[in-house]
Design a protein around this ligand. Structure first.
Ligand SMILES: Cc1cc2nc3c(=O)[nH]c(=O)nc-3n(C[C@H](O)[C@H](O)[C@H](O)COP(=O)(O)OP(=O)(O)OC[C@H]3O[C@@H](n4cnc5c(N)ncnc54)[C@H](O)[C@@H]3O)c2cc1C
Length: 201
């Protein structure tokens, strides 16, 4: 078995894992990212398209916002048309100057992978059968198979960034799992299942 070691083992190279890896690197903390998909597939995934102000600030802090500022489209408001009449919702005025930036998650991922490559930081893709061991000890381990060879990555901490259905969440004992959620009142009405009333002429 191939033995590896690092400070933080990050499972998953979505935006969460990649950004965490970049922030840790800038703070001088060694980390290794493990990803089950080929990296070309991660880079081709089309998903979210809008970044909120806080996310843009975080990407600036991580040193990966240059292209985002060049190519992203800043929206300070939106318009809603009701019965032919256009009404502007001035997001910036209503939120004390905040805005959203249209810049695809695919592009954020590309920038983060590029930053990782430029810094020569390890991102091991196509890992299989990831298992998290001794999570409650001060020396947890992550076992996985890559290119047919068994690996064991010893670390101080495992960061599970592999999504809701990933192996990380499933590895946390039910009685130790804590969930943090913020529920927005407006989002509550957006997820309402009844048909919304539609203005009629
Ligand atoms: C089709 C689609 C459209 C979306 N559109 C929007 C949108 O318009 N607006 C919006 O705000 N959000 C949208 N989202 C949600 C947004 O994409 C997610 O919130 C975001 O991707 C979460 O990032 P993440 O890094 O936490 O997880 P993910 O992006 O899911 O990344 C998790 C990574 O972990 C890897 N992984 C999983 N299991 C393992 C394992 N065992 N070992 C190693 N690696 C593993 C996965 O391959 C993946 O690369 C959309 C999502 C989808 C699927």
């Amino acid at each position: 078995m191939r033995q590896l070691s690092t400070a933080v083992a990050i499972v998953g190279s979505g935006p969460a894992g990649l950004l965490l890896g970049q922030l840790l690197h800038r703070a001088g903390v060694e980390n290794v990212i493990l990803e089950r998909r080929p990296i070309a597939r991660v880079l081709a995934r089309i998903r979210a398209g809008v970044l909120e102000t806080g996310t843009v600030r975080l990407l600036e802090e991580a040193g990966v916002a240059d292209r985002l500022h060049r190519e992203g489209l800043v929206h300070t408001g939106i318009e809603i048309a009701v019965e032919g009449e256009r009404r502007r919702i001035d997001l910036a005025r209503l939120t004390g100057g905040r805005h959203v930036t249209v810049y695809g998650q695919t592009e954020v991922t590309k920038d983060l992978v590029q930053a990782r490559k430029s810094a020569g930081l390890p991102l091991l893709d196509e890992v299989e059968d990831v298992r998290l061991l001794d999570l409650e000890s001060d020396r947890p381990r992550v076992r996985f198979r890559r290119l047919g060879e068994e690996h064991e990555l010893a670390c101080r901490l495992v960061a599970g960034c592999d999504g809701f259905r990933g192996v990380s969440r499933a590895s946390i004992p039910a009685d130790r799992l804590r969930t943090f959620e913020r529920v927005y009142p407006s989002a509550g009405s957006a997820s309402w299942c009844e048909p919304a009333p539609w203005p009629r002429s």
